[in-house]
Each structure stands twice: as C-alpha cells, then as structure tokens.
Design a protein around this ligand. Sequence first.
Ligand SMILES: *Cc1c(COP(=O)(O)O)cnc(C)c1O
Length: 395
Amino acid sequence: MLNRFVVDLETSRQQGFEKHEAILSSAQGREVTVLHQGSSRTLINMCANNYLGLANHPEVIGAATRALGSHGFGMASVRFICGTQDLHKRLENRLSTYLGTDDTILYSSCFDANTGLFETLFGAEDALISDELNHASIIDGIRLCKAARHRYRHGDMENLEAILRTSQAARTRAIVTDGVFSMDGSVANLPAICDLARRYKALVVVDDSHAVGVVGPGGRGTPSLHGVEDQVDILTGTLGKALGGASGGYVSGRKALIDWLRQASRPYLFSNSLMPAICAGSLAAIDLAENSLEIRETMNHRVVQLRSGLQRLGFRVGGVDHPIVPILVGDAEAAQAMSEVLFESGVFAVAFSYPVVPKGAARVRLQVSAVHRPEDILQVLGALESFSHPRCHRL
Ligand SMILES: *Cc1c(COP(=O)(O)O)cnc(C)c1O
C-alpha cells in the first residue's frame, strides 16, 4: 500500500502537481516571514484571503484575548450537550442581523457547513443543480446527498435553464453556486440565477465564502451587491477568510430550516463546538466589516491600483473589482516562473496550475488586502514590469 503512494507521489512530482507548503514564522499580515532554504525572508503577502486585514487586527485580537480569559480555551463538547455559550448564540444572532436572515447555525468550517447542509435538507425526491466550478466542499456535500445531481457549465445561464426545464418532476430543486469563484475572482450572475429560480420554482443556495465582508454594502456579500437578498434562500460562508480568518463557517436562512439543521445536521451534531475566542474575535471582525467604511475603501483602492497597473503592463487579468486578482498566464511553467520572479523581488504569490485549474489555464493569483500600502502594489507591478517568458504573452 505504501508503495502505491510512493509511486503516486513521484508521478505527481514529475507532472509538476506537487504542492509545497511555505512555512511562516510570523502572523498573517501585510508582510509575512517565510522560512526558505534555511533562512527567513520577509515578503509582501499577496496570497492570503485576509481581504480586510483583520487576521491580525488589534480589535479582533483584543476581543479574542478577553474571551480566552472569560470563557476559556476550549469547549470539549458538541453544541447540544454542554458546548453552547452565550458567545455562540451572540455570533449566530450577529451573523443573522448582518446578513439579513432569520437565523444562522455555526459549524467548525464552511467545508463542514456545506457537507452538513444538503444531505440534511434534500432527499431522493429532490434535485440539486450546481455550477461546475463550485468549491470542493459543495461538490462533496452534494455527493453525500441522495438528491438527483445536475451540473451546469460555469456561469452558463442557458445551460442552467435547460436543466431547470428538464428536471421539473423533482419535489424541490435548488440552484447552488459560489458567490465569488476563488480561482477567477468573478462574481456569480445572481440576478439571472434568481430570475430563473423564480420562473422555475427553484431555491437558490449561495456559498459566499470569498464575498462576505468583502463585496456589497457593508460587506454583506453578493446577494446585497446585486440587490437580491430576498431571493437567496440559503447562504453559507466562512469566518476563515475576510472575517478574521481564524476558522468557522455557517449556514444562514429561514428559521425552520436552521432549526432542522440543529436537529439533524451531522457535522453540527457530532463535531466539537467552535472555540470561544474565535466567536469573540469573529464578532469584532463583523463589527469592523460592517461599520468601518475606510477598511473596505482602502482595500478597493488597492484593488483598482493593482488591476489597472497589471492591465497597463499588458497582462490578462481575471474577474472584476474583487481583491482576487488572477494573472491569467496559461502555461504552467511560465506561471511558476512568474511566481519565482515575484518571490525574488520580495512578493509572496502562488502559481496555480492543473488540477487546481484546467490544463492551459495556469495563473498567478494575487490577493489584495486592506493592510497593503500603495508602495506594496507598486512593488508588485515593478517586479512584473520586466517579466518575460516565451510562453507568457502580453498584450
Ligand atoms: C474557502 C471556501 C470554503 C471553505 O471554508 P472553510 O471555512 O475554510 O472550510 C468553502 N466554500 C468556498 C466557496 C470557499 O471559498
């Protein structure tokens, strides 16, 4: 058996798919210290999901530290035995007010939220219709569920409509999509999805992990960005990205639905309760995301600076407006070379290639944070100005 893995590891290494973990000896922030070949280097960090810069924010740390003192380190219990503190209820209520929903249920992660959602709410009589580029946790969550599965081509509303037309025998149908697609920085076409959902009597499920705190008024996410809050039936999301970045996830929606998840959702029933300090830190992070206009404004300024700078340099850039800024290189080796040039110039950004993205669609994904300074963005642009590779074409 071990030999099998040795062979698999070698194959993946030879094909260039092996992933290496960079080791950081600093907190997550504007800069990170990365241990590299025996020494440590401090680099501008362009690859965290720390969009609002709250991962190391003094107010978030202060709130978490106080909760560590008042509520202890761990819960050592699932929620329904003795693992529910006032902090868990406060965070659930705060998320509901923030997102404009009836109620919210916490999970240890959004991955858990998505794996606990579908099998609990949908049965063999139902159908789930999912964007082909949806996050792995949605794919796995749907796999665990007995509902009929349909996949529509990424963002293809005609294909979605064709599936809606031919699946009308199902008891309940739900269209499932990421709010923001992580490899592209593109936003789902929620107005069109909600319109189709209304016409074909389907529910809409949005996983807003890369959007909550980041887009829309107050950072309420893609439903509020598009003004379709009242047409999105189920929202899932993470506390592990913009909202402090520690860990935790949630499902938010109508009361009876959340009540039923508390009774029957397996990752909620059979997995430990969220750390109290994370609840308190996340509460502080939501306050900052909702009320501190200058944080998101700063983030948006840096996004514009980076996107327009890259376009001026002739690079193909994916997505619109979002702090996920992928440079669409195409060739895997060229993307890797670009990532290495950035590293040498003091910028930390990772190249993605197959199987994370389709073959021939390799890219370097830059992620902007509100803690970046204008000169950091200039440093990134400066590093890329003279970048050339025979298989990276610039306009
Ligand atoms: C990051 C992400 C997740 C996983 O969130 P965790 O809380 O880290 O488990 C789920 N869905 C989407 C769309 C994501 O981007």
